[in-house]
Design a protein around this ligand. Sequence first.
Ligand code: ATP
Length: 254
Amino acid sequence: MSELEVNNLVVAFGGVKAINDVSFSVEPGEIYAVIGPNGAGKSTIFNAISRVYTPQFGSIRFQGQELLNCEAHEVVSAGIARTFQNIELFENATVLDNLLVGRASKVRTGALSEFFFTPRVRREEHEHRRKVEDILDLLDMQHHRYEKVADLSYGARKNVELARALCADPKLLLLDEPASGLNPEETADMSFWLKDIKEELGVTIVMVEHDMNLVGRIADRVLAIAGGEVLAVGNVTEVQSNPTVQAAYLGTDA
Ligand SMILES: Nc1ncnc2c1ncn2[C@@H]1O[C@H](COP(=O)(O)OP(=O)(O)OP(=O)(O)O)[C@@H](O)[C@H]1O
C-alpha cells in the first residue's frame, strides 16, 4: 500500500480550478518533490492534504485512511506534520519551548492529572523532553536551545520549524519550500538533514521546492505540475529532460 495516494483531486476557487484532476502516489520512506512554476497549485495540494482546503472532488488516502473524512487536527494525529512557506513560530519563545509546543499533539494525560503532576504526567513530560533533545541533536541545534526564536538567523529559524514538525513524531512530513531563503551552505545542510530524517527516522517526505539543486540531491521522485495539472512524474533526470516540462516550466534551456 502506498503511504499517500491522491486520486483525481479537484480544488476550485470561485469556479477556477487551481487543481484539476491530479493523481499521484508516494511510497513509504520516499522523498517526493512537487515542482512547478508560481501558481501551479503546489501549496494548494498541501492545503488539501492538511485539510485547510476542502476539495470539490477526489480522494486523499494516507496509509489507506481517507483524509477527506477527517478534520485538520485528525490529520495531525494520523501522523502528518507540515512546515509552511513563511515560517510560523512563536517568535518570542525559546527554541526549546517552540519544540515542546510541537509535542502538544502527543499529550495523553488529562488536565486533572497534570494539576496533581502524577507519576504518569512526570513520565510523559520526561518522554517529551527526551524526544525534543533527540531532535535538537539530529539537527545539530543544541546550542540554540535557550535562544529566543526572534534572535535567530533566517536559516536557523527554518531549522526550528523543521524540528518542531518532527516533534509531532510524523510518519509523513509535508515541507513547503524547505530551502527558500537559505544560502548554498544552509541548503547543503538542509539536504543532509532531510536525508537523515528519511534514513534514521524512516519518515516519508513530500516537499514543494523550487531549488532544483536540493531536489536533484535528495528527491527519489519528482512530480511536475503546471496550471493545476500533472505534467510528468519520474526521477529528477527524467522529469528535467521531459519536453513538456521543459516547454511549460523549466524553459527549453533547462
Ligand atoms: N485561498 C485561495 N483563494 C483563491 N485562489 C487561490 C487560493 N489559494 C490558491 N489560489 C489560487 O490557486 C492557484 C494555485 O496557487 P498555489 O498557491 O497552490 O500555487 P503554488 O504552485 O504553490 O505557487 P507558488 O510557487 O507561487 O507558491 C493560483 O492561481 C492561486 O491564485
